[in-house]
Design a protein around this ligand. Sequence first.
Ligand SMILES: [Zn+2]
Length: 269
Amino acid sequence: MKRMLVAVLAALSLLVTGCQSSTESGATKTTRKQLLLVPAEAVNQQSAQAYRQTLVKAQRARRLDTTSPDAKRVLAIAQRLANQVSVFRPDATSWKWEVNTIKSDEVNAFCMPGGKIAVFTGIIQKLNLTDDELAAVIGHEISHALREHSREKVSQQLLQQGAITLVGIATGSQIQQGMAALISQYLFALPYSRTMETESDIMGLELMARAGFNPEAAPNVWRKMAKLQKGAPPQFLSTHPSDQTRIANLEKALPTVKPLYEAAIQNRG
Ligand SMILES: [Zn+2]
């Protein structure tokens, strides 16, 4: 009985400490209390492992692109964006950021928790992305990582499974193993919510503006995406639904981030 009580208390303390915002709000005031039950380290560890597997697979298929002009653009743009993350969370400056370009027709890009970025050449080529547009895509993906949306998705899923599972996670005898299994089960399987998408759109917009990329390019990416969707829907859209609201929200935030962009290009000289 006493053990049970300890278990419940542990679960409750997890719940209490679990409600926080993963980031500072920035100029665009992107903030919200989030349910973050599972430890960040566990999520980041699983992500690093999955990222490594993706790279090994790409390398074996000779699809890891380190030399093309597109790969160089991806790296340079991602670096400029990553240099701005301290506005939202200072700790992210010490993340082990990685940026890779994968040769593939897939219209896709992602940033796994902890700053593991991958861009598929398909999204650059099929959407004919300019540097500013590519910055919008990568900035959006980086924002999912800064906001810890994956950790939040997994936490929400575990909570839905009920307190018993939660108690099991908090105090079970094979805590780490069980946690790792649960995290990997849901980490990449669940889509982001509409709220998460909006947050990443707006935070990404601020990031790109601060890095000196023209934020007006961001709504354009979604217009291009919508056009492309008329054929076969690209993979990117299965996790990032495109719609008019999204474009309208981005345009509404433009006046807030424009001065940041102007200041940034002035500084770059
Ligand atoms: Zn997204």
